[in-house]
Design a binder for this molecule. Structure first.
Ligand code: ZN
Length: 318
């Protein structure tokens, strides 16, 4: 991406990007770079909420962005960063080297190769021939809720499908990638557990709860409407609550509706009935960092019909 602009434009570019960069640097104890006082920036530029939101996410910013922030700091102080001679000519080209965003990724991969792959070579050689995961995990595509990062699944342990709002479509509907993953993992890989994981502040659930009607042009609307019954259940019992609490209610209700829907797949229901497959729900609250887990009680659920709920057992909080 290439920005061409005059000095005033550059200044706007700097100021609009400083908040993120400054807050990122302030969170990196190893960084020797310090921008001007963060507190002052907050009062000058009025982005306190943005900084706080950033702090809550605890995101790491790649070194390439920290380097860029350092260059911009020099620009702001009137010094000339060595990399931007054009600035003296009242022109600044902010070149974002796309390859740089992979620098940290490369280091993480090399660390994985050295510390995990090479140290467990025999295990990975077996995985090269075949996989035999015990779990199918259905989780949200949200970048904050990676099940491998949160629950520690290692390569070969969990066949994973991620979609917006971790929804399971009904058996009767048309083909989707989630249904293909279900068929392959249950019938070919013969996983022993299906774990549907929902999470706090789910944007997909917020979209579901917030939309008045389905916009046929919206891929998002046409997907999250899969959770329509969870929305209706939530509205029936929690419509008096604040919208955020309604969403939280729907996040959890939707998981059970997905578990219930899984029993509508005849080859899943058969395995659950025979005891070779178990269905589990999980709810990851990343605001408080808690995880709630439960298991479908198939015996207690028999006789229930779609929309009437399922029985659960072995509920635990981590
Ligand atoms: Zn989500």
């Amino acid at each position: 991406m290439l920005f061409r602009c005059s000095v005033p434009c550059c200044l706007r570019f700097e100021l609009s990007n400083f908040p993120l960069m400054a807050s990122s640097i302030s969170h990196d104890p190893s960084s020797s770079t310090s921008l001007f006082n963060l507190q002052s920036q907050q009062s000058i530029f009025g982005y306190k909420d943005k900084v706080n939101d950033f702090e809550k996410t605890q995101l790491r910013v790649p070194a390439s962005f920290r380097e860029k922030a350092a260059n911009l700091q020099m620009m702001a102080s009137g010094k000339t960063p060595g990399l931007t001679q054009e600035a003296n000519d009242c022109t600044y080209e902010a070149k974002i080297d796309r390859d740089n965003v992979f620098d940290d990724m490369k280091q993480r991969f090399l660390a994985f190769k050295k510390l995990k792959y090479m140290d467990n070579l025999e295990h990975f050689e077996k995985l090269a021939d075949a996989q035999a995961p015990k779990f199918l995990v259905i989780a949200c595509a949200d970048s904050r809720v990676c099940p491998s990062a949160v629950l520690g699944f290692q390569p070969g342990e969990a066949f994973t499908v991620r979609n917006i709002a971790n929804l399971v479509p009904p058996y009767e509907s048309g083909p989707t990638e989630t249904k293909a993953a279900l068929q392959f993992s249950v019938n070919t890989l013969e996983v022993e557990n299906i774990l549907v994981i929902g999470h706090s502040r789910c944007g997909g659930i917020q979209a579901l709860m917030g939309m008045e009607e389905v916009d046929s042009r919206s891929f998002i609307h046409n997907w999250v409407i899969v959770g329509k019954k969870a929305k209706e259940s939530t509205k029936a019992v929690a419509s008096n609550l604040h919208f955020d609490h309604q969403c939280q209610h729907c996040e959890k209700t939707s998981i059970n509706h997905s578990l219930e829907r899984l029993l509508g797949y005849p080859w899943i229901e058969e395995k659950v009935r025979k005891g070779s497959l178990s269905l589990h729900g999980g709810y990851y609250d990343f605001v408080n960092c808690t995880f709630e887990k439960w298991t479908v009680d198939y015996g207690g659920s028999r006789g229930n019909h779609e929309g009437s709920g399922i029985a659960v057992k072995n509920r635990s909080f981590w």
